[in-house]
Unconditional design. Structure first.
Length: 212
């Protein structure tokens, strides 16, 4: 694989980022679409960005396709480069980054490069059996929605992404959501989290102003 130069995106602009995590089929994409519409965030699905790169026919696309089919995690520098391009092109400063970071190396690379920590992290918790059922029932024409690849993706999620979830949990930035409910009920839980976070930030701002 050729080297991918990754330069810092956020030198002169303050970005708000929320990471959205959950196993394949946990409903992240559905909820992100609702959040984006309701709160004005730009939804960036790492899976969609990677598939678009595959369809572009680039050398990186060929490598990405091979890694996805093997259930492996794409190198951080490649994923971050795609994220940076999408963030820059969006014109927005508020982002839901869906399906990232997928491992500790992803997390550290993004935070060290951009000097951005997420406002908070949403974790859509769903049993593996339910996620498998959803993936097999959906009809999106995706080559990676086959049983062998699904099982590999579950394994990677457990081994690589759960430690990231625990990291943010220990930092007090994680909000865990029961993703087994109907989508509209899940979104009500999401809205409650946004309301609590907004209220918390207003309180902190008021406290900060009071001591100036």
């Amino acid at each position: 694989m050729s080297e991918v130069a990754v330069e810092r995106l956020s030198n002169d602009k303050a970005f708000k980022v929320i990471f959205v995590l959950g196993g394949p089929g946990s409903g992240k994409g559905t909820q992100c679409a609702k959040i984006a519409k309701h709160y004005g965030f730009t939804h960036l699905s790492v899976g969609d960005l990677l598939r678009a790169e595959i369809n572009s026919g680039s050398n990186n696309g060929t490598m990405i396709e091979s890694m996805i089919n093997e259930g492996k995690i794409v190198p951080s520098e490649v994923t971050i480069k795609l994220l940076q391009r999408a963030m820059r092109e969006s014109g927005n400063d508020k982002f839901l980054i869906d399906g990232f970071p997928r491992n500790e190396e992803n997390r550290a690379s993004f935070e060290n490069l951009e000097k951005i920590e997420p406002e908070f992290v949403l974790f859509f918790d769903c049993p593996e059996e339910e996620m498998e059922r959803r993936i097999l029932n959906r009809n999106q024409g995706r080559d990676d929605d086959n049983m062998e690849t699904i099982r590999k993706r579950f394994k990677v999620f457990i081994e690589s992404t759960l430690p990231v979830i625990e990291f943010y949990n220990l930092k007090g930035k994680l909000y865990k959501i029961d993703a087994c409910k109907p989508a509209d009920e899940v979104f009500e839980d999401v809205k409650a989290i946004f309301s609590r976070f907004r209220a918390k930030n207003i309180t902190l701002l008021q406290f900060s102003l009071s001591i100036i």
